[in-house]
Design a protein around this ligand. Structure first.
Ligand code: GTB
Length: 218
């Protein structure tokens, strides 16, 4: 059975590739794996059929050969473990790459998402302006720490790994944030990731879906 990836039918990011199916698409492209896409509407995502794939009614979900998986980080890890190319062979380097994968989703992503969600959903709240500097500062701290550790290196652990794929995907959510340009090393790091042919193919595929939907809705 071919790999099937469930994604937003109408992504709210309007083709900017910020939803988390991008992580999985990028990994599949890096590994040269073909996949089919199933688009789901917001209503369908909350129905029993999709909840059986993704218990929180979210995207992405991944299916292959009777295996159904959710959580973008877990899907990327599954693919990286099954196919060579996204994790180092050396056990210590591999363990460090895994640590960075977890850092991407559990240390760097939470303050970024909190900042982004506040901007998206809480702009009209009377406490928005008071809370925003604190949320920005939390992101700023993590970006400075990450940039310090990355240093002059191109990637987090030797060559490009699944850790860079997840970290760059998480950082891309900051594309319009004033905190990101304060860290030129991270700006360059994101650009290096986005320049990879596999990223370009993944981005183009999600963009094509958005454009097809936009044409159909015209
Ligand atoms: N931890 C899970 C994972 O990594 O797979 C989180 C999955 C998740 O948050 N999915 C979101 C979703 O399905 C889409 S990616 N949301 C619908 C819902 O919860 O009902 C998050 C996202 C959404 C929109 C933008 N955007 O518009 O820019 C960016 C990212």
């Amino acid at each position: 059975m071919p790999i099937t990836l469930t994604v937003f039918e109408d992504s709210p990011d309007r083709g900017r590739g910020l939803a988390r199916d991008m992580q999985v698409r990028w990994a599949l492209e890096e590994l040269g794996l073909a996949y089919a896409v199933r688009g789901v509407s917001f209503a369908t995502m909350k129905g029993a059929e999709h909840l059986a794939r993704q218990p929180f009614g979210q995207i992405p979900a991944f299916e292959e050969d009777g295996l159904t998986l959710f959580e973008s980080g877990a899907i990327v890890l599954h693919l990286a473990e099954r196919h060579p190319g996204l994790l180092p062979a050396d056990p210590h380097a591999r363990a460090r790459a895994l640590a960075w994968m977890f850092a991407a989703v559990s240390t760097i992503e939470p303050p970024i998402v909190e900042w982004a969600m506040a901007r998206m959903l809480e702009r009209d709240a009377d406490w928005f302006a008071a809370r925003q500097p604190m949320l920005e500062e939390r992101v700023r701290t993590r970006l400075a720490q990450l940039a310090a550790r990355l240093g002059e290196r191109d990637w987090l652990e030797g060559g490009f790994t699944a850790a860079d794929l997840l970290m760059i995907s998480v950082l891309r959510r900051l594309e319009r944030a004033p905190m990101l340009p304060e860290q030129p090393r991270l700006v360059a790091y994101i650009a290096r990731g986005e320049a990879r042919p596999a990223f370009q193919r993944a981005f183009a595929a999600q963009r094509a879906l958005f454009e097809a939907r936009a044409r159909a809705n015209d």
